[in-house]
Design a protein around this ligand. Structure first.
Ligand code: NAD
Length: 443
């Protein structure tokens, strides 16, 4: 039996999700061993540096390491020896054009851990996977583990938001565990006892439902964003104002105002790939029509990128060739340095391919952006990026950009033209400072 009082846990995969989970569990008093196959990442974590930007995580990493409750390794043998509860937090990126999820990392994590499980153990997947994955992995785990069926697998999807990862992990809005094993349920309940005592709902489901909770939550959120962006498209041609429309909708508490912000749309390492993987899985299950609306959700989202480029092109007289363009924002959203499927970088690199000289500034994501998009220019401050610009595009709504001073910016640009891709600025204020202001979904 897994010891009920065991306070030891391993976290396999120490990216955005895993490193945050590991540091938060150490903060909660657990003894945590983080494991990754990326040696450089493990070295960075061991030295007390977080390999990405996540507010508040540095402090937790440092205090966990100093307290001796948090360690890192690349050895699966050490992980199996260390604890009897293992959380799988490895990536599940989009595989190819089919949109399906690439499960090679979750498969590898289970296949690497299993042969070392000589004592009863609980393995809990936290990665986002297509429905049906966990049942296959559970069988594989017990087939490969020396301890056989005493190595049990459950699935507990993770809902943290990058930028709020620490807060969301320490105070989750719900814990879902898919399992029919009392032992798995008990181990996961023990992990989140403090949160459950404080009122966090704890839901026990079957494996399939747990897997579906995560992908359907993301499908719903993506749909809500694309819904308001579809209204923005209509508003643009009908002469309406989507910001006022969204506000009026938000007072209906059946609708609510969250995720109802019109703009450049969603990106990142989760929503785009999760809705595509969900569609691909529905196709395999023979229920493709049930999710065909997600194709439209994806298409609306992509069209916002094209529309943002069109607005900027119109503003500078119809042609990007030889023009100077400033892009404010590279991360897919503020308070993160994650540039996976970043709408801002997508727009920036398309404009560069149309002949403009594009300079990008972002408070946290410059290093990653530089690596992924060497065709763009980068500046270390907003003012430097905006120098001689024919048009400025605000594409990630960092507070620094929301609070930008239009008069200060006016002194460095060639032309006072701004495209507010996130509806983050006050148009009246910017126009009063002499700027030509354009935004999505507004006149
Ligand atoms: N990032 C988020 O905000 C978030 C939120 C909820 C769920 N998720 C889900 O969590 C999973 C991880 O996402 P992420 O953003 O942390 O990805 P990530 O790419 O930042 O991290 C994944 C890590 O797994 C490691 N890895 C790969 N194969 C491994 C193996 N065999 N053994 C050990 N480590 C291995 C990689 O080296 C990498 O460090 C995905 O399924 C994602 O959809 C992410």
């Amino acid at each position: 039996m897994v010891e009920a009082e065991s306070r030891r846990v391993t976290v396999i995969g120490t990216g955005y999700l895993g490193a945050t989970t590991a540091a938060c569990l150490a903060e909660m008093g657990f003894e945590v061993l983080g494991l990754d196959v990326d040696e450089a990442k493990i070295e960075t974590l061991r030295s007390g540096r977080v390999p990405f930007y996540e507010p508040g995580l540095d402090e937790l990493l440092t205090s966990g390491l100093e307290a001796g409750r948090l360690r890192f390794t690349t050895s699966f043998a050490e992980a199996a020896e260390f604890a009897d509860l293992h959380l799988i937090c490895v990536g599940t990126p989009q595989r190819d054009e089919s949109g399906a999820a690439d499960l090679k990392y979750v498969n590898a994590a289970v296949e690497s851990l299993a042969p070392h499980l000589t004592r009863p153990a609980v393995v809990v997947g936290r990665s986002t996977v297509p429905v049906g994955t966990a049942a296959t992995l559970a069988a594989r785990l017990s087939a490969l583990a020396p301890v056989g069926e005493e190595a049990e697998l459950g699935w507990s999807p993770e809902f943290l938001r990058e930028g709020f990862g620490v807060e969301d992990t320490l105070r989750p809005n719900r814990i879902v565990i898919g399992t029919d094993s009392p032992r798995v349920e008990k181990a996961v309940r023990a992990l989140w006892q403090r949160q459950v005592d404080a009122g966090t709902p704890f839901l026990v489901t079957d494996l399939q439902t747990a897997e579906l909770v995560k992908v359907s939550a993301n499908a719903f959120l993506a749909t809500k964003i694309s819904f308001i962006n579809a209204m923005a498209e209509v508003s643009e041609v009908a002469g309406a104002d989507v910001i006022q429309l969204a506000e009026a909708l938000s007072y209906d508490d059946r609708i609510g105002g969250k995720f109802l912000g019109p703009g450049l749309g969603f990106g990142g390492g989760c929503l785009p790939k999760d809705i595509r993987a969900f569609m691909a899985r529905a196709d395999e299950l023979g229920v493709e029509p049930a999710l065909s609306f997600l194709r439209e959700v994806d298409a609306i989202n992509q069209r916002r990128r094209a529309r943002t480029i069109d607005i900027a092109r119109q503003l500078i007289g119809g042609n990007f060739a030889g023009r100077t363009v400033t892009v404010l924002g590279a991360a897919f959203k503020p308070n993160s340095d994650d540039i996976r499927d970043s709408p801002a970088l997508d727009v920036a690199s398309t404009i560069a391919s149309l002949g403009a000289r594009v300079t990008v500034y972002d408070p946290q994501a410059l290093e990653r952006a530089r690596e992924a998009h060497p065709e763009l220019n980068y500046a270390d401050s907003m003012l430097e990026a905006a120098r001689d610009a024919d048009v400025v595009l605000l594409l990630t709504e960092w507070t620094e950009f929301r609070e930008a001073n239009p008069e200060e910016l006016a002194e460095v640009v060639a032309q006072k033209r701004i495209v507010d891709g996130r509806n983050a600025l006050d148009p009246t204020y910017w126009r009063a400072s002499g700027w030509t202001y354009r935004a999505l979904g507004r006149q």
